[in-house]
Design a protein around this ligand. Sequence first.
Ligand code: UD2
Ligand code: MN
Length: 361
Amino acid sequence: NLSLISRQTVRDDPLPYCPDASPFIGGPLRVQLPDVLTFEDVVHKNPYVTRGGRYKPPDCESTHKTAIIIPHRNREQHLKYLLYFLHPFLQRQQLNYGIYIIHQAGNSTFNRAKLLNVGFKEAMKDEDWDCMFFHDVDLIPEDDRNLYTCDRFPKHASIAMDKFGYKLPYKTYFGGVSALTPEQYMKMNGFPNNYWVGAVRTTTSPLGEMGSSDCSRLLHHRVPSRVALSGMLISRPSIRHGRYKMIKHGHDKGNEQNPKSYRQLLCMDMWYLERSLAVQSPESFSIVDCLVTVSSFLLETVRSFRLLTVVSFTSRFRFNLLAKTRRTWKQDGMNSLQYTLLSKELPLLYTNITVDIGKDK
Ligand code: UD2
Ligand code: MN
């Protein structure tokens, strides 16, 4: 009887807090994709993960509650590998965490940013997360000291990717993996819902090849992001820790958005230009900035023989420039988010949110 009582008290005792620095964190990781891997293998390797991809350290109370938000469609292989590496990685950091896959239903253009907004909203219904990690499905962290916790400012975690030679491709780059507290996220009104060509990647046109990253490198290096516009700085881990391996992906085989029509390519060019102009804050917007952006755009389109873009650009320019330079970030984001939740399932390794986010108008 006595032993039963004492066991009872032990069980009800609140756990001590986990230490400031987890004793399980190591250094650099060797990321090697196993040749054969099934979702069941991943389940077996993570016995403490509970339905919906949730975990708490068994013997101490975590001081961090982190949600991982992963936009997804048609990338099951990547997802399997990511979960295989990410679950143990997060457990070694003694986090209280949950992994959310935000699955875009249907075949219309993929919209990563809007999916992230949905993920934020849905995850916050479950739990009072204190940090949200927005995570590409194909990026695997390569150092244990890359902490999946939030900082004073929005954090860009994937600053050193193998794809870019482990360097930052340009100064305002915020893609791949980023982390914000709910307060920071709401302060910048989330991500834009209306950039429907946001996930267009390398595309082949009859006129040659141009990747979105070339495009953004060209236009974005002088342009402040939504983070800056809402008055925040970007925090980054050390370049030795923010290392990622990007799982090779080709041209999205089986993804209906490819191959791109010439029209879509034009749209992509226009999108990058418009976005570059739109995110210039009125305070810092100078005619020189504008000219630099526009002329480098024109130069590039001429160089890549996309003369049609120039034509469509000049006709739309007058109408769009003034309108777009206003602070669109205040109108388009969490405060204008609309979607239809189709299902929410709780398999063992993640919470699966399937959503109809509509399509480009
Ligand atoms: C880059 C950025 C990404 C985002 C994107 C915007 C890096 C490493 N990543 O991604 O953060 O800014 O450009 O254009 O610089 N996805 C699917 N199914 C699809 C398409 C995309 O699941 O059919 C998801 C998936 O999580 C993927 C992410 O969206 O990792 C980004 O798409 P991508 O990997 O095809 O494009 P990438 O690497 O150019
Ligand atoms: Mn990618």
